[in-house]
Design a protein around this ligand. Structure first.
Ligand code: LMR
Length: 301
C-alpha cells in the first residue's frame, strides 16, 4: 500500500493545511504511533465473498492486536484512539484489550456517522436543518442491529422546540422506516457507490474528534429534558467500553450517549428506557456479545 500512501501524502500537501507541519508515511505501527496524541484506525479487512462473519472477525483481530500492542508500547498514555474500520466496535475492544497500559476510556469507535445519518433523516422529515435536531442517540453496534433512538431528542421548528415525537407526529415512521434507513444506510451507500461511505465518514470522524478534544459543553446550549426535569447539555453518541450502564454487559464496546468535558466522556445517565427501546438495546448488545465470544474463542487458540 506504500504507493497508494504516497498519493495520500501528495494530496495532504496539496490541501495546504496551515497546521500540517510534517507527514511520516509508514506501514510500521511502531513508527506511526511513536509518542502520538491521537490515532484514527481507519483500515480493516473488508468482508470478501464466501467469508463468514467469524472469519472476518478473526482477520481483523490479527490487525487490531498488532495496532493495540504498538499503541501500548509507543503512544502517549493520554492517546485518544478512534476505531473506524469494521467491525468497528469489536475491533476497538480488541485494540483496547491489547493496550493494557492505556486507560480503557481512551478508546472509542465511530457511531457519529450513524448519529449524523439519524439527524439528517429527522431534519428532512421535519422540513428543517440538521442543527435544529438534538440528542438523537445511537445505541449499540455500528451494524444493522444498532438502535437509533429519538425518545430523548428535540427539534426546533418555527413555533418552538419540542420533542421529536411530538413534532413529527408519526410514530409508525419513527419506529419503522426511520430505524431501518439508518441501520442500513452504510449498505445502501455501498450498493450505490460500489464503495463504502467516504465523505460522510470523514466528516463524522472530524465531529467525533473535535468533540472529544473541545467538549460537548462549550459550544452547545443547555436544554431542559422535559420528562425528568433534569438539565443536560447536548449529548453525542460514541462507542465506548461499557461500564454496565443501562444494563449493558461490561467490557463490550457499545455506543452510548455521552457528554464530554476536559477531554473526558461520561455516559448520560438517568434516561427513561421504554420496552420498545429495551428490546432493541438488548438485541444489539447480544450481537456484540456474540462477536466478543467469537473473538475470545479464537484468541485462545
Ligand atoms: C458505513 O456505515 O458507511 C460503513 O461502515 C459501511 C461499511 O461496511 O463499510
Amino acid at each position: 500500500m506504500m504507493t497508494a500512501l504516497d498519493g495520500v501524502v501528495m494530496e495532504l500537501q496539496d490541501c495546504a493545511f496551515p497546521l500540517l507541519q510534517e507527514v511520516i508515511p509508514t506501514a510500521d505501527p511502531n513508527v506511526a504511533f511513536e509518542d502520538i496524541d491521537a490515532a484514527i484506525l481507519v483500515g480493516a479487512m473488508p468482508r470478501k465473498q464466501g467469508m463468514e462473519r467469524k472469519d472476518l472477525l478473526k482477520a481483523n483481530a490479527k490487525i487490531f492486536v498488532v495496532q493495540g500492542k504498538a499503541l501500548d508500547e509507543k503512544a502517549k498514555k493520554t492517546v485518544k484512539v478512534l476505531v473506524v474500520g469494521n467491525p468497528a466496535n469489536t475491533n476497538c475492544m480488541i485494540t483496547q484489550r491489547s493496550a493494557p497500559s492505556i486507560p480503557a476510556s481512551n478508546f472509542s469507535c465511530l457511531t457519529r456517522l450513524d448519529m449524523n445519518r439519524a439527524k439528517s433523516q429527522i431534519a428532512s422529515k421535519a422540513g428543517t436543518s440538521v442543527e435544529k435536531v438534538k440528542n438523537v442517540i445511537i445505541w449499540g453496534n455500528h451494524s444493522s442491529t444498532q438502535y437509533p433512538d429519538v425518545n430523548h431528542g428535540t427539534v426546533v421548528l418555527p413555533d418552538g422546540e419540542s420533542s421529536i415525537r411530538a413534532a413529527l407526529k408519526d410514530d409508525n415512521w419513527l419506529n419503522g422506516d426511520f430505524i431501518k434507513t439508518v441501520q442500513k444506510r452504510g449498505a445502501a451507500i455501498i450498493a450505490a457507490r460500489k464503495l463504502s461511505s467516504a465523505m460522510s465518514a470523514a466528516k463524522a470522524i472530524c465531529d467525533h474528534m473535535r468533540d472529544w478534544w473541545f467538549g460537548t459543553e462549550a459550544r452547545k446550549l443547555i436544554c431542559l429534558y422535559t420528562l425528568l426535569g433534569i438539565f443536560f447539555g447536548e449529548f453525542v453518541s460514541m462507542g465506548v467500553v461499557s461500564d454496565g450502564s443501562y444494563g449493558i454487559p461490561e467490557g463490550i464496546v457499545y455506543s452510548y450517549p455521552v457528554t464530554i468535558k476536559d477531554q473526558k466522556w461520561e455516559i448520560v445517565q438517568g434516561l427513561t428506557i421504554d420496552d420498545f427501546s429495551r428490546e432493541k438495546m438488548d438485541a444489539t448488545a447480544k450481537e456484540l456479545l456474540e462477536e466478543k465470544e467469537s473473538c475470545d474463542s479464537f484468541m485462545q487458540e
